[in-house]
Ligand binder design. Structure first.
Ligand code: NOJ
Length: 613
């Protein structure tokens, strides 16, 4: 049902042109000295966001929660986690955003609730409770020797089985994440209505402008609940997304959600969409003709480097893979009514400077600016994650998983991997140690805690100004806060923060090219540099008129690299508009009218933007 019209036919839409900024409440700003970020802290920084150029503020879960998974385990959709604040504080934040012309969206976590949610407490109280069917309960299987087995071999995202045995009612319940996060049963219409009321209408009536939708393709599980194919014979639990992602009723559920709830408001929705590599499939979710979601975070970009059999089994990658990923998710909407996103960080990922570029002291600022140049010139809605705008990097290698890491996913993965290594490596101590070192290194690169360290506001205290609590914040502050912090960068016209600000403004003043433009890649196989053009004309047509093309050249190495600029026949005459090295801002006309493309040499991790004259 994707109509073949230009993606830019609905230009002017606020959620396409707006720059979004994700806030992770625990780590953004503590206002009351308890070591945990809070809503009043966010409120105190609303003007900072406005000044950065943010149009849409996305607040990650701040709902009542036992915090097994940092708030993605919600025990009451209609209440605020008390240490974060109150409903009144949230109303004040909604109003403060609106007063400054910004929108605000919340996380919609409705694949599961917390086991502490009143709905689940009822559901587990007896087999004949009216809410029993609001969650997914199944009887056990039994092995030939009578041993009780879970209903399927599915592996949970946080290691171990997706099934937890309930002694009281003698059945298993399903949890794709932690056992404290039971999956809701979307097959039950009454459950869906309760979700719409409690998690959605409640907040839309308070004025929120939409949602980032958690696990958006997991609500419809495949009927039958079959075992997943075995990819790792050493263990019982297997990756099982083929059985629960993009299930048979998924599109129907999203259409219903729009019809019954979202269509009644002016909202944006951005769905978290893992396990969906086929562009045609993604278009079914984001084609505006079918009204399912405004856009999605497709996972190819953040999956780069992750292991096929386990997230924290790092696999080295080369630049062509990265470029092909960007190209694919830029071009898939061209000529359609779908929409895309430009992002590479969030609270579930390592920091982009460390993952995709270099966090070495001599390179990290250039790397951050080069990636900012890329993200701000890509088509789609731009999402920035807190700290990205100052070039925050992964935690130091010296931090230990047992003492300094907090995240349930990576800590469980680490301990589970050690357990499996000990069971399967038959006492080979060297092999076991190598495996442990490998997983530790993988978590250092990819771990979620990298993105969850406290925001580095200044160097006024050892907590980087995040909290006044003498013993520091709930999570350790990055050791490099004296060098990487907001206050330092605010006073520096050449800082990463200043670069982001100017790029966001440039993006806004050339929406046709950057927000809506078509994407062309050059030399896709080059392993060192990324060269692309954004144009206002379709692929294959010459973009030789003034304002019709922008050319972006990025050096993804720590050495000088020579790039070939596209020929004048294709993009006309160009002028250097932005250089990520301070001195490359000097005017450098590139008159290509005369003939074939010219070459330019980029310094380590340098990025440049040329615009057509
Ligand atoms: C995706 C969220 O981004 C992640 O942080 C969370 O652990 C899972 N969904 C479960 O809600």
């Amino acid at each position: 049902m994707v109509s073949l019209v230009s993606a830019s036919s609905s230009k002017g839409t606020w959620w396409k042109e707006g720059t979004a900024y994700q806030i992770y409440p625990a780590s953004f700003k503590d206002s009351n000295g308890d070591g945990l970020g809070d809503i009043a802290g966010i409120l105190s920084k609303v003007d900072y966001l406005k000044d950065l150029g943010v149009d849409i503020v996305w607040v990650s879960p701040m709902f009542e929660s036992p915090q097994i998974d940092m708030g993605y385990d919600i025990s009451n959709y209609e209440a605020v986690h008390a240490p974060y604040g109150t409903l009144e504080a949230m109303q004040a934040l909604i109003d403060a955003c609106h007063a400054r012309g910004m929108k605000i969206i919340l996380d919609l976590v409705i694949n599961h609730t917390s086991a502490e949610h009143a709905w689940f407490k009822e559901s587990r109280s007896s087999r004949d409770n009216p809410k029993r069917d609001w969650y997914i309960w199944k009887p056990p299987r039994h092995a030939e020797d009578g041993t009780r087995l879970p209903p399927t071999n599915w592996r949970s995202y946080f290691s171990g089985s997706t099934w937890e045995w309930d002694e009281h009612t003698q059945e298993y319940y399903l949890h794709l994440f932690a056992k404290e996060m039971p999956d809701l049963n979307w097959e039950n219409k009454e459950t869906r209505q309760a979700i719409y009321d409690s998690a959605m209408r409640f907040w839309l009536e308070k004025g929120v402008d939409g949602f980032r939708i958690d696990c958006v393709n997991m609500y419809s599980k495949r009927a039958g609940f079959l075992d997943a194919p075995i990819v790792d014979a050493a263990v019982f639990e297997q990756p099982a997304w083929s059985e629960y992602a993009n299930g048979p009723r998924m599109h129907e559920f999203l259409r219903e959600m729009n019809r019954e709830v979202l269509d009644k408001y002016d909202t944006v929705t951005v769905g978290e969409l893992p396990h969906t590599p086929d562009p045609q499939h993604v278009l079914r979710y984001v084609g505006s003709g079918d009204k399912q979601m405004s856009m999605v975070f497709q996972f190819d970009i953040v999956d780069i480097g992750q292991g096929a059999s386990g997230k924290y089994r790092f696999q080295d990658w080369k630049l062509p893979q990265f470029k092909a990923t960007v190209t694919k998710w830029q071009q898939f909407i061209e000529g359609t009514d779908g929409w895309t996103t430009s992002f590479c960080e969030n609270h579930d990922q390592g920091r982009s400077v460390s993952r995709f570029a270099s966090d070495a002291p001599e390179h990290r600022e250039h790397s951050a600016k080069m990636l900012a140049l890329m993200l701000t010139t890509l088509t789609g809605t731009l999402f920035i994650y807190q700290g990205q705008e100052i070039g925050m990097i992964n935690v130091p290698k010296e931090w230990t998983i047992d003492q300094d890491y907090q995240d349930i996913e990576s800590v469980n993965f680490f301990h589970n991997a050690i357990k499996v290594a000990r069971q399967t490596m038959a006492g080979d101590q060297q092999a076991i140690q190598d495996e442990i070192d490998y997983i530790r290194r993988s978590i250092q690169i990819l771990g979620r805690d990298n993105a969850r360290t406290p925001m580095q506001w200044d160097d006024s205290n050892k907590s980087a100004g995040f909290t006044d609590r003498p013993e520091g914040g709930w999570m350790r502050t990055h050791d490099l806060y004296p060098e990487i912090n907001v206050a330092k960068q605010q006073g520096d016209a050449n800082s990463v923060l200043s670069f982001w600000k100017s790029m966001i403004r440039l993006r806004r003043s050339h929406k046709d090219l950057f927000v809506y433009g078509n994407f062309r890649i050059y030399e896709p196989g080059n392993e060192d540099t990324f060269v692309y053009a954004k144009t206002t004309v379709p692929a294959g047509e010459a973009a030789v008129g003034a304002g019709q093309a922008a050319v972006v050249v990025l050096n993804f190495t720590g050495k000088d690299q020579t790039v070939n600029l596209p020929s004048a026949d294709e993009v006309g005459a160009l002028r250097l508009q932005v250089g990520s090295y301070t001195d490359s801002a000097a005017a450098e006309d590139v008159d290509l009218a005369a003939g074939p493309g010219q070459q330019r040499t980029l310094r380590p991790w340098e990025g440049r933007l040329y615009m057509s004259l």
